[in-house]
Design a binder for this molecule. Structure first.
Ligand SMILES: Nc1ncnc2c1ncn2[C@@H]1O[C@H](COP(=O)(O)OP(=O)(O)OP(=O)(O)O)[C@@H](O)[C@H]1O
Ligand SMILES: [Mg+2]
Length: 180
């Protein structure tokens, strides 16, 4: 089964393929409602109403290299298995919001996997895109509220390339420290 970071990679790829200039991902773990919510927002090409309806059907895709698109249907299936849901709001020429809700402590909830690694790889692969990652955890023990904004990241890197493996690893470790 796919872990959540693999789903995240998939959905972020949809946004990059849609030619988004700005992509936001919010990951929030809320212990009071027992939910883990992923909200993806992009300003890419968007989808028509009909397309949004079709897109959660596994036999629909605009890909020409492969016949079936599976990213969104699989995410929906995995979310619903944990009593969660998938919701898509989109407007042609404006952008898309994909919201996936999982039962946080549900036995079938896929593990998060390598979220920090997924973020760094996605950012490094698309230096032209402005990403904002927001990680929120409301927990009685330790609250987390962490934002990674690539505009600030590139400023801090001051010309040092994120493509360098050591730099990538350093940023990945920084993210891990902030969200653990
Ligand atoms: N953020 C988005 N903006 C615009 N169109 C989108 C977006 N996300 C999905 N789509 C459209 O919905 C289709 C289905 O997406 P889905 O992720 O399910 O499959 P896919 O990307 O085609 O294939 P796969 O994810 O299996 O590689 C895409 O081909 C694309 O046309
Ligand atoms: Mg996809």
């Amino acid at each position: 089964m796919k872990d959540l970071s693999m789903h995240i990679m998939d959905i972020l790829q949809n946004s990059t393929r849609a030619k988004a200039k700005n992509i936001t991902l919010e990951v929030s773990e809320d212990y009071s409602t027992d939910t883990l919510t992923l909200v993806f927002k992009d300003d890419g090409c968007g989808m028509s109403e009909e397309m949004v309806k079709n897109v959660i059907n596994p036999f629909f895709t605009t890909r020409t290299t492969r016949k079936v698109g599976l990213g969104l249907p699989l995410l929906k299936q995995n979310a619903e298995m944990t009593n969660g849901s998938l919701n898509i709001i989109s407007k042609e020429g404006e952008g898309t919001i994909v919201t996936a809700v999982f039962g946080l402590t549900h036995i079938d909830r896929p593990p998060m996997g390598d979220l920090a690694g997924t973020m760094v790889l996605t950012v490094a692969a698309h230096p032209e895109i402005h990403f904002v990652f927001h990680f929120v955890r409301s927990n009685s023990k330790r609250d987390v509220n962490y934002i990674l904004d690539t505009t600030e990241l590139y400023e801090a890197l001051d010309g040092v390339s994120l493509q360098e493996p050591e730099v990538m690893n350093y940023i990945k470790e920084m993210i891990e420290e902030n969200i653990q």
